[in-house]
Ligand binder design. Structure first.
Ligand code: BGC
Length: 458
């Protein structure tokens, strides 16, 4: 079962929900530019998104009504520091302060992510994460965050999914800012991002107005054992915590991003494999990156199967014909939460929050005016049962943030994917809680007791 103080919540991010108000003094992010360049499904953009800018009192009241007590959100760096550094935009600060006030009013505990990909365009124009100064830029941003929001917020995350914004943004050119840089640059960027993480942790603590708790929210697909054979479990562990990945997608791994943060060193296998591309890495850098943290976050959505072959090598195992998948074609593999948490806990020994997990469905408003999403309920039932199993086996999982509260701007997919517990009619901005929202309310209120896995005589 889930421990008594298990944190049940929902998550989203600034760019995906807020929308824009050109008069409010905010700066542009690389995602504004990427949208304007026409890279999004059907030419869409995030100028309105869920209009969180104006609708937050209503949204937090709805969260309360739906039993949500914990909310992971992000701050748009360019909204509070339009130039990336220097002059603070007081209107932006006021917006987030008021958001925090409204959360408090509705009994919602905030979990603030500093960076969910909202990179100020002006900083990108100065070389972005490749510029060695980017470490200090992020440090300055952390200071502004701590000074302004620590009174009303106790929980912070530095980065969301560095694997994605580095890999998709700078290696594969598939997300903002859409670059395909040489490997050397991408390794330098990663090193700068990790140093920026360390600098931010120091500054968050230094400038916070009270003791705060800090984590980090990376991601990666989970290698799953194709059977219960110990050899297959070992093959999955080795793969998940290894670096056997093609170079054109090398950022898609756990250890290069988490070992330095939690263990204070890059994995040996990577230092060898990537040697020709690596920047100068000093002892001082590693000390900076390895700051004490209070917990680890991990975004986990799915996994893939491996087994130990006859000759001792690790083999990929095909998914079964007709396997279950989400609307965005991601496989449904609930056991990824069990194995992912287990493997991460073994390696890092840190309390874990699942900072994102959820699914996109083809949700529609039915003739009865409601949104029936049995697939999402079934998905969450299975995934949460996997978390419960890991907890029962001793893995210290502190909380779970469902992705996401509202249907929102799903990056390059625009509004074509619906990940929300609450349906959004983007023409009217009307919110309609889906069946899953009411189901999740019960799960949260019963601390998981209402899950199918816990039904007597099921
Ligand atoms: C990201 C979210 C995104 C979700 C679904 C994660 O990779 O952090 O911003 O919406 O997955 O694609």
């Amino acid at each position: 079962m889930f421990q008594e103080n298990f944190v049940w919540g929902v998550a989203d991010s600034a760019f995906q929900v807020e929308g824009k108000d050109v008069t409010d003094g905010s700066g542009m992010t690389v995602w504004d530019t990427y949208c304007a360049e026409g890279h999004i499904f059907d030419g869409q953009d995030a100028k309105v998104a869920c209009d969180r800018l104006h609708k937050y009192p209503e949204d937090f009241a709805l969260m309360k009504e739906l039993g949500v007590k914990n909310y992971r959100f992000s701050v748009n760096w360019a909204r509070i520091l339009p130039e990336g550094t220097g002059k603070v935009n007081e209107q932006g600060i006021a917006f987030y302060k008021d958001m925090l006030k409204e959360m408090k009013k509705n009994g919602i505990t905030p979990y603030l992510t500093m960076f969910h990909w909202e990179y100020p365009q002006v900083l990108q124009d100065k070389g972005g994460w490749l510029n060695p100064d980017s470490v200090e830029w992020f440090g300055e941003y952390a200071k502004v965050i701590a000074e302004n929001f620590s009174e009303d917020c106790e929980y912070f995350f530095t980065f969301n999914e560095p694997q994605c914004f580095v890999g998709l943004g700078y290696l594969r050119g598939a997300q903002a800012p859409g670059m395909m840089l040489p490997q050397k640059d991408v390794f330098q960027i990663t090193h700068n991002v990790l140093k920026a993480h360390g600098t931010a942790v120091i500054n968050l603590r230094k400038y916070a107005k009270r003791p705060i708790k800090i984590g980090y929210a990376p991601t990666c697909g989970v290698a799953l054992p194709a059977s219960d054979r110990p050899e297959d479990i070992e093959a999955a562990r080795e793969t998940y915590l290894g670096l056997n990945i093609p170079m054109d997608n090398w950022t898609w791994n756990v250890v290069w991003f988490s070992d330095p943060v939690f263990l204070g060193k890059y994995p040996e296998a990577g230092l060898k494999k990537f040697a020709e591309y690596l920047p100068e890495i000093t002892e001082e850098d590693m000390k900076l990156i390895h700051q004490p943290l209070d917990f680890m976050g991990q975004n986990i959505y799915n996994g893939y199967y491996v087994r130990r072959g006859e000759d001792g090598s690790i083999e990929d195992v095909k998914r079964p014909v007709g396997y279950a998948k989400t609307a965005v074609n991601w496989p449904v593999t609930p056991e990824c939460l069990y194995w992912g948490c287990k493997f991460l806990y073994e390696r890092y020994q840190m309390p874990i929050y699942i900072t994102e997990n959820g699914m996109s469905c083809h949700d529609v408003v039915s003739l009865d005016g409601k949104v029936h999403d049995p697939n999402r309920i079934d998905f969450l039932e299975r995934y949460l049962a996997a978390i419960q199993k890991a907890i029962e086996e001793g893995v210290d999982i502190k909380g779970y943030f469902e992705w996401t509260f509202l249907d929102n701007f799903e990056w390059t997919h625009g509004y074509n994917e619906r990940f929300g517990l609450v349906y959004v009619d983007f023409a009217t901005q009307k919110r309609i809680p889906k069946d899953s929202a009411y189901w999740y309310k019960e799960v949260m209120e019963s601390n998981g007791a209402s899950l199918f896995v816990n039904w007597e005589g099921k």
